[in-house]
Design a protein around this ligand. Structure first.
Ligand SMILES: [Zn+2]
Length: 246
C-alpha cells in the first residue's frame, strides 16, 4: 500500500466513482455546495469531489506538507502511484503562483501528490492577464479553494529589477517586460529603505500580487468576497526549505 493509496484512498476512490467529466461539469455550473449538502443526506446522493474543502483546510494541508518537507519526512515519494486514477480528472486543493526558478518545486515544497497543486509559474511570481486567466480556470472550473503567491529567497528576477531601478542596468530581449511587471513591488520596497532590500522587495512583490488577485474582476475577486476562495502570500527559503506566510 503506497502513501498515495492509503491516506488519500477516499479521494482516489471518489475519482473512480465519479469520473472526471461529471465533476467538472458540476463545478462549471457552481454546483459544488449542492454536492456537499447532498453527501450528508440521501443514500443516492453524489459524493463531493476531494478538493471540496474550505480555504482554511487547504491552507492547513499545504502548511503541514511544508513541515514534512522541512523535516525530510515526505508522504509523497512515488509520483507514479495513482497515475491511472489521475487520468480521469484533477482536483487541486491549492493554486500556487510560483517563480520559474529551478530550485522552487511546489509539489516537493508542500509535499503534495500530482494533481493536488495547480501551478502557474513565471520568473518573479507575478500575475499578468495570462496567469489570471489560468487562475480563473483553477478556482472557477476546478474548484480550487486556495491561491498562494509564493516568493522565494535569492530571486534573480527581483534582484534584476532592483538593479534596473537603482543602477540603470539595461536588459536584453523581452526581459524588460518582466521588470515592468515587478516594478510596483520593488518600488514599494525601495521607498521603505529596508536593511535587506532584496528580501523586502520579494515580500512586497508577493503582497502586491495578493492584493491584485484579491480584487481581480470578474471571477477571482468575487469568489474571494463570497468566501469560496482565499488568497495568501508566502516566502520560500531555499536554504531551509521553510515557507513563511506573510
Ligand atoms: Zn525567482
Amino acid at each position: 500500500m503506497c502513501s498515495l493509496c492509503e491516506p488519500r484512498s477516499p479521494a482516489l476512490s471518489r475519482r473512480r466513482l465519479l469520473g472526471g467529466g461529471a465533476v467538472l461539469a458540476a463545478a462549471a455550473v457552481g454546483a459544488l455546495p449542492a454536492f456537499a449538502k447532498d453527501a450528508k443526506g440521501a443514500s443516492n446522493s453524489v459524493v463531493p469531489p476531494p478538493n471540496a474543502i474550505s480555504p482554511d483546510d487547504a491552507m492547513k494541508r499545504i502548511v503541514d506538507g511544508n513541515a514534512r518537507y522541512v523535516a525530510g519526512n515526505l508522504d509523497n515519494k512515488d509520483f507514479s502511484a495513482g497515475r491511472a486514477a489521475r487520468a480521469a480528472a484533477q482536483y487541486p486543493i491549492a493554486a500556487i503562483v510560483s517563480c520559474a526558478d529551478a530550485r522552487v518545486a511546489p509539489e516537493l515544497v508542500f509535499d503534495q501528490a500530482p494533481g493536488e497543486l495547480f501551478v502557474v509559474r513565471v520568473a518573479g511570481n507575478f500575475v499578468n492577464d495570462d496567469g489570471l486567466a489560468s487562475l480563473e480556470y483553477g478556482v472557477k472550473f476546478l474548484g480550487t479553494p486556495l491561491v498562494l503567491v509564493l516568493g522565494h529567497s535569492g530571486c534573480g528576477a527581483i534582484d534584476a529589477t532592483i538593479k534596473v531601478l537603482k543602477d540603470g542596468t539595461r536588459l536584453p530581449g523581452h526581459l524588460p517586460t518582466l521588470i515592468d511587471a515587478l516594478k510596483p513591488g520593488v518600488e514599494a520596497a525601495i521607498a521603505k529603505k529596508p536593511q535587506d532590500l532584496l528580501a523586502e522587495a520579494t515580500a512586497e512583490n508577493v503582497r502586491s500580487n495578493v492584493r491584485r488577485l484579491s480584487t481581480a474582476k470578474p471571477i477571482v475577486g468575487r469568489m474571494v468576497a463570497e468566501g469560496k476562495v482565499k488568497i495568501v502570500g508566502g516566502i520560500y527559503d531555499i536554504g531551509s526549505g521553510r515557507v513563511t506566510m506573510i
